[in-house]
Design a protein around this ligand. Structure first.
Ligand code: CUA
Length: 319
């Protein structure tokens, strides 16, 4: 991957959105508050255990009748702290849930096991990475093609479930240029942990250029385009590009093109253009021996003919 990488964080990940400071502030407030009272209570407990230990067999404990002052203090102080936490949290929650009017709208499609981004007002569709201009509020309108996924960008402190048959909305305002990780945080099947993408925050000019070239897909050679699609369409989650058959859950694609492959029916098939095309469009038509028929089909609405050709060229190049 190109572009500057965020520094590895010992503590919280880089805070790269306008909402992150508020989320981190509340998180730290609650953390330090709990730490303070934990240490205080533990120290007092140890102190009292030692101070009021039984010193002789005949010693009697003095009777305690109660203390109004103490009781009021331990009721009122935590209540006030709770009210502070509630309103701070509520304010932040409202802010996270109400996208600004001028937000750039992007559609997010989650599917087993990749993310796809469409820019209805910028003429880009099917991008495998989220590219956004810095200091521009972005509204994500998200849905899933199959099962429940969850869209999570740690650097922006945003996360929300992506559900089939409905839209969920998330927004952020990126304040730092750079490349940030996108994770799926809802267990969604065998390659859930491979359902990764990136957010690239770039300058306004770079964003314009990126959108004008169809999301960076123009001007690439077919093999380069195929390589990009191999990762953006999620092929990479299940297919190794080496010839190590054990590396990933699907058939390894390295050094396969032009060879013979045994199918689950016992039939021997040559791995050629038509075989690869059928395996993408109608993925369960022929299953390689020893593998399960779990790959989703990729119709023309999902992988265009041009993209399909590029993928074939890329697989051919894996020598
Ligand atoms: Cu999608 Cu986990």
């Amino acid at each position: 991957m190109t572009g500057p990488q965020p520094e590895p964080a010992m503590w919280l990940p880089t805070a790269a959105s306008s909402q992150a400071a508020d989320v981190d502030g509340l998180f730290h407030f609650i953390l330090y508050l709990c730490t303070f009272f934990f240490v205080l209570i533990m120290a007092l407990m140890v102190y009292f255990v030692v101070k009021y230990r039984r010193k002789s067999a005949t010693q009697k404990t003095s009777a305690v009748s109660g203390s109004h002052k103490l009781e009021i203090a331990w009721s009122v102080i935590p209540t006030l702290l709770l009210v502070v936490i509630f309103f701070w949290g509520f304010k932040g929650w409202m802010n996270l849930n109400v996208p600004p009017e001028d937000a750039l709208e992007i559609r997010v499609l989650g599917k087993k096991w990749s993310w796809e981004f469409d820019y209805p007002y910028n003429g880009v569709s099917g991008a495998g990475e989220l590219v956004v201009p810095v200091n521009q509020p972005v509204k994500l309108i998200m849905s899933s093609q199959d099962v429940i996924h969850s869209f999570y960008v740690p650097a922006f402190r945003i996360k929300r479930d992506v559900v089939p048959n409905r839209y969920s909305v998330l927004w952020f305002n990126p304040t730092k240029k750079g490349t940030f990780d996108v994770f799926c945080t809802e267990y969604c099947g065998t390659s859930h942990s491979q359902m990764l993408s990136r957010v690239k925050v770039v300058s306004r000019d770079d964003f314009k250029k990126w959108a004008e070239t169809g999301g960076g897909m123009d001007g690439l050679s077919p093999v380069e385009l195929g390589k990009k699609l191999f990762s953006s369409k999620g092929c990479v989650a299940c297919h190794s590009i080496t010839d190590d058959r054990m590396a990933k859950p699907g058939p390894a694609l390295g050094k396969r093109f032009g060879k013979m492959e045994e199918m689950s029916t016992g039939e021997m098939v040559k791995v050629d253009e038509n075989y690869v095309r059928e395996s993408i469009r109608n993925s369960t038509a022929k299953i390689v021996k020893g593998y399960a028929p779990v790959m989703p089909p990729f119709p023309a609405s999902s992988v265009s003919d041009r993209q399909l050709n590029a993928l074939i060229d890329y697989i051919k190049s894996l020598k």
